[in-house]
Design a protein around this ligand. Structure first.
Ligand SMILES: [Zn+2]
Length: 392
């Protein structure tokens, strides 16, 4: 039976670009013998035509398993098992291949890499790391090994190792990983801030800014460290400096600016920052912070005017919610106050269901800002989601 017919169907059965690559690999390894297609070919083709992809795959896998002498096909099968979540089956297959006599060093490296992927998927990160370090000794496997090593170090929060592996990857691929490596330095900086090692944190922030001068996270951290050492004006300068290239981040630091202004005993610094940030971005969240500030400082009518404008012009649900809260507190009529509170309950419920942040890459939604998206693991891809109009 010629496995080429069966391997041909794998990409269609799995609907996967990865499997298409496997097919090309297998096709290169096989000569076209002109042999007639086997029964399994027609059987799986029939399943495919009736859109029963899982059954088609099962038939193909069963038939291809008989070609256990062919390393390329076995590697393709192992990868297929892993893609389908059959990690134990993939691991057993690859372990069997490693034990096979007669593999040349290149083939052994390929199998090691596959096995490392199995261990990674199984959560056995230490084992995976050890195999990858071995596989990386082969030049042709260095790049895929480093890719997976970086993922492992990220999972284990081993940021120094991640910096080393990503740095090597950056050199050999010529791809720009400096932005990601800057994030690793920020991770280290935050760790040092948490431990009270401020000079070390400062050093990490400095490295991050050398790699990525516009790194918002590093600039926020720089300001935090300046504030910690009492340099509040410099801190506010650092945060204000993001208005140009990271206006979306001004809302993330406004509470820090307020704390530094309070420490300096001059809230006008905070108000200036807030007004300039609103002028630069029109960010509704900043306008609501201004409302809170006005309401806290006895300017309720001014606060209401800002809210009314937001409701009228932008049909803003958060503004309506805040307005109802203020009105409920303002009235002496208990029935009207109860009505406001009832409406407030409805708007509050609707707001609580809304995520605040969204990844532009994978669409992951969450209530807080993540520098690394928990969904797709990309860095710098989540940002604040607009509140949207009332009827959204
Ligand atoms: Zn994402």
């Amino acid at each position: 039976m010629d496995p080429i017919w069966l391997a041909f169907l794998l990409p269609m059965a799995a609907g996967s670009g990865w499997l298409a690559a496997c097919y090309r690999k297998v096709a290169r390894a096989e000569n076209d013998t002109g042999a007639p297609a086997p029964a399994a070919y027609f059987k799986s083709l029939n399943f495919l035509l009736t859109e029963q992809h899982d059954k088609a795959l099962d038939v193909l896998v069963q038939a291809l398993e008989q070609h256990d002498e062919d390393l390329e096909i076995q590697l393709a099968l192992g990868g297929l098992f892993r893609r389908r979540g059959e990690i134990e089956r993939a691991t057993q297959l690859h372990q069997g291949l490693i034990a096979r006599a007669g593999l040349n060093p290149e083939q052994k490296g390929q199998v090691l890499l596959e096995l490392a992927n199995d261990y990674y998927k199984a959560g056995l990160l230490d084992r995976s790391e050890n195999l990858l370090l071995e596989a990386a000794a082969r030049k042709e496997l260095l790049e895929p090994s480093l890719h997976l090593l970086v993922q492992i170090y990220e999972s284990e929060k081993e940021w120094k190792s991640a910096i080393g592996a990503a740095g090597r990857l950056d050199q050999i691929t010529g791809g720009d990983l400096r932005v990601v490596i800057a994030q690793y330095h920020c991770e280290l900086a935050e760790r040092e801030v948490g431990a009270g090692n401020y000079p070390l944190a400062q050093a990490e922030v400095g490295k991050a800014l050398v790699l990525d001068p516009s790194c918002a996270r590093a600039r926020i951290l720089k300001g935090r460290l300046q504030a910690i050492s009492g340099e509040h004006l410099d801190a506010v300068d650092s945060w204000s400096g993001m208005a140009g290239d990271h206006p979306e981040m001004l809302c993330e630091v406004v509470h820090l600016v307020k704390a530094s202004s309070t420490a300096l005993g001059t809230l006008s610094l905070f108000l200036d920052f807030l007004n300039q940030a609103i002028a630069a971005t029109g960010d509704e969240r900043l306008k609501l912070i201004l409302v809170d500030h006005l309401a806290e400082n006895g300017s309720k009518s001014e606060a209401e005017n800002v809210l009314l404008n937001l409701v009228n012009e932008a049909a803003s649900l958060p503004a309506l919610h805040r307005l109802l809260q203020l009105r409920a507190l303002d009235t002496s009529d208990s029935q009207i106050s109860a009505d406001y509170q009832l409406l407030c309950h409805v708007t509050g419920k609707s707001l609580s269901d809304r995520p605040g942040y969204e990844c532009r890459f994978c669409g992951f939604q969450g209530r807080s800002l993540h520098w690394q998206c928990p969904g797709c693991r990309n860095w710098n891809t989540t940002s604040a989601r607009p509140f949207g109009p009332l009827l959204n």
